[in-house]
Write a protein that binds this ligand. Structure first.
Ligand SMILES: [Ca+2]
Length: 253
C-alpha cells in the first residue's frame, strides 16, 4: 500500500495573497504542544470544531508543564493580525487555567534553537487575567507580525486546555506546502469548485488561492478530462477515499 503514496512538494514562494477580509490561517495546520493528556492532542485546537467540552474530542489538553506551550506551523509567512481563543467550557477550574499567557510569533521553527521553549518570539499580546469559561476571546496583536510559527506560551506550572485557536490574517507573503498524492483514488466529497487545468500543479495553486474564503486543502485531479476538483477536508482526518482509475488525489500534509 505504501507505494500508492508519494510526496509532492509545492513551494509557491512568489504567491502573495492580499485578502480584503481576515481569515483563519491556522485551520488544519500541523500543531504541537508541550505534552499531551490522553488523546486530546494539539491539533484538536485547530480542527475547526469549537465545541467547548473536552470529552467531545475537540479540545487540546496537556499534562502539568512549565512552561506549557502550544504552537501551530502555518506553512508559510503570514502577516498575523489577530488571535481568537475558545476556552474550555465544561469545567470552571479547567477554564481558569487559561491565564498569564502570551501569543508570540516566529519566522523560523523555534524548536530548532537551543533555548526553546524559553526564548520569546515577537509578541502579539500578553494576557494576565483568565479567559472566561467557554469564552471566545478575540485580541488583535499590538501591531501585525510577519511569521510562520504562532505559539501560546505560559511560564508557570499548570495544564493547558482550550478548544480552538484561530490565527487571523489578511495577507499571505508566501506559502510552503507539501501535498501527498494517492494515485487511482479520489475523495468522494462535494467540491468547493470545479474547473479544468493543464496539470495538477495548477489545480493545487488554484486550491491554495482560495485560502481566504474556504480553506481548500485537497484536490481531485481527473487525468482523463483534466478536471480539477477543489476540496475542503481536514488533512489529519481523511476517510472518504474511493477507487478511481482515472483520478489522483492530492492532500495537503
Ligand atoms: Ca477544536
Amino acid at each position: 500500500m505504501a507505494s500508492m503514496f508519494s510526496i509532492f512538494l509545492v513551494s509557491i514562494t512568489n504567491m502573495c495573497l492580499v485578502s480584503g477580509v481576515l481569515f483563519n490561517a491556522a485551520l488544519y495546520k500541523p500543531a504541537f504542544m508541550s505534552s499531551v493528556n490522553r488523546d486530546w492532542n494539539a491539533e484538536c485546537a485547530n480542527d475547526g470544531n469549537a465545541n467547548v467540552y473536552v470529552y467531545s474530542g475537540s479540545c487540546a489538553h496537556s499534562i502539568l508543564d512549565n512552561p506549557g506551550w502550544w504552537m501551530v506551523d502555518l506553512r508559510g509567512q503570514y502577516k498575523i493580525e489577530q488571535i481568537v481563543l475558545v476556552n474550555r467550557g465544561d469545567d470552571p477550574a479547567g477554564a481558569n487555567r487559561t491565564k498569564n499567557f502570551t501569543f508570540d510569533v516566529f519566522k523560523d521553527d523555534p524548536r530548532l534553537s537551543g533555548d526553546f521553549p524559553m526564548k520569546l518570539g515577537q509578541v502579539c499580546y500578553t494576557r494576565i487575567e483568565p479567559v472566561g469559561r467557554a469564552e471566545t476571546f478575540t485580541q488583535s496583536c499590538t501591531a501585525p507580525i510577519v511569521g510562520r510559527f504562532v505559539r501560546f506560551v505560559r511560564y508557570s506550572l499548570d495544564m493547558l486546555n482550550f478548544c480552538e485557536i484561530k490565527v487571523m490574517t489578511s495577507t499571505v507573503l508566501f506559502l510552503e506546502n507539501n501535498f501527498s498524492v494517492k494515485s487511482n483514488f479520489r475523495l468522494q466529497i462535494t467540491p468547493l469548485s470545479t474547473t479544468y487545468t493543464g496539470d495538477p500543479s495548477l489545480c493545487i495553486l488554484l486550491c491554495l488561492q482560495r485560502r481566504d474564503s474556504d480553506t481548500c486543502t485537497a484536490v481531485n485531479w481527473i487525468r482523463t478530462t483534466k478536471q480539477c476538483q477543489m476540496l475542503k477536508v481536514n488533512p489529519r482526518n481523511v476517510t472518504s477515499y474511493v477507487d478511481d482509475p482515472n483520478s489522483d488525489v492530492y492532500v495537503e500534509m
